[in-house]
Design a protein around this ligand. Structure first.
Ligand SMILES: [Zn+2]
Ligand SMILES: [Zn+2]
Ligand SMILES: [Zn+2]
Ligand SMILES: [Zn+2]
Ligand SMILES: [Zn+2]
Ligand SMILES: [Zn+2]
Ligand SMILES: [Zn+2]
Ligand SMILES: [Zn+2]
Length: 343
């Protein structure tokens, strides 16, 4: 194999030794910078068994010397544009990475460490109305005191991202909540909404499930909604039904024969929002959490409901119940009718 000694365009990748260019890396390689498998040209240090994928070597990278070691034990690199090389979520806010990032090349799979620029540059201490008595300190994970038999929402969702924490009051605000937009004027619902960053009990008007912190308020409509529910699309397609399923904050009583969810066969609480078939001949209703369960909904959103499709006679009426199958929704096993076309 031909070996060429070429200085790298960006030195920070492997300070101790010069790297050697392998124009045709013969194997499926594993890049020591972004921990990705690769093919094609690479740079290598034999004494350290260090491989650098050619594409990664061309990225604009600098050493992030100012990043506080209290948040991560290894030195980080600042990468202006990672060119979609990184597919993991941000370790601070747990959202997908985009734009400039901070990256640790010492952490190896499965503990890959990347941060959005805005997450990496968050203030280490803030004054926030979430805790009116004490300043909140930025930590790389919730304090260990939570782990025992804590029932707070962080433990419920097993949050392992960054938090703003008060050790005296023993509570934390996730970085994701802290960075969530405080006010959204244009929403699918068409109204102004505001984030209330407080520990507060409520029932979500969108999905009917209780929440215990930081809801969005639709001030003009008097609605309270989970942060995760504000992005609920108006119309979706699910695998269990042939028509477009619409989400509504208001379900009318005379619209349905009964209030049984056709996925879990438990009652839908008509005081809150729900999902129902957009076809006027179809009287099917679903819990929001059932219709949006990953096993039922593959994420397909319908931007405009075709009126013809909506008004067509419901094909589902021509289906027969073929049997009952067990399927899992979250941790529960539920009965689901298997239907087949009669045609
Ligand atoms: Zn080396
Ligand atoms: Zn982030
Ligand atoms: Zn690291
Ligand atoms: Zn907890
Ligand atoms: Zn406090
Ligand atoms: Zn909700
Ligand atoms: Zn249900
Ligand atoms: Zn239908």
């Amino acid at each position: 194999m031909r070996r060429v000694r070429v200085p790298l365009p960006h030195y920070p990748f492997h300070p101790p030794h010069p790297l050697i260019l392998l124009p045709n890396y013969p194997y499926l390689g594993s890049c020591n910078f972004f921990e990705r498998r690769f093919r094609g040209f690479a740079y290598r240090c034999d004494s350290c068994d260090f491989d650098l994928h050619g594409t990664c070597a061309l990225l604009q990278v600098s050493v992030a010397s100012n990043f506080p070691t209290c948040l991560h034990q290894h030195p980080l690199f600042f990468v202006q544009n990672h060119d979609e090389e990184v597919i993991n979520d941000c370790c601070g806010c747990k959202n997908p990475l985009s734009g400039p990032i901070y990256h640790c090349s010492d952490c190896t799979y499965p503990t890959i460490f990347n941060l959005h620029k805005k997450c990496a540059e968050s203030s280490l201490e803030i004054q926030h109305p979430y805790d009116r008595k004490h300043p909140l300190t930025l930590l790389s994970a919730p304090a260990a005191t939570h782990r025992l038999d804590c029932s707070c929402y962080l433990c419920k969702i097993q949050w392992d991202g960054f938090v703003y924490s008060c050790s005296i009051c023993n509570f934390d605000l996730t970085l994701d909540d802290f960075l969530a937009p405080k006010e959204i004027t244009f929403s699918s619902h068409g109204h102004h909404r505001v984030l209330l960053l407080k520990q507060i009990s409520f029932v979500c008007d969108s999905c009917g499930i209780a929440g215990d912190h930081s809801p969005y308020l639709y001030i003009m409509c008097n609605l309270v909604v989970h942060k995760k529910c504000i992005s609920m699309p108006r119309n979706i397609m699910i695998t269990r039904h042939h028509h477009v399923i619409s989400h509504s904050f208001y379900l009318q009583e005379d619209q349905f024969e009964d209030w049984m969810c056709r996925i879990c066969y438990e009652e839908v609480d008509m005081r809150y929002g729900g999902c129902c078939c957009s076809n006027s001949d179809c009287i099917y209703i679903f819990h929001v959490h059932c219709a949006t369960n990953k096993a039922i909904w593959d994420g397909t959103i319908i931007s405009e409901v075709d009126e013809r499709c909506k008004e067509a006679p419901c094909e589902y009426r021509n289906l027969i119940t073929d049997g009952v199958e067990q399927m899992s929704i979250g941790e529960d096993m539920v009965a689901v009718e298997i239907k087949k076309c009669v045609s």
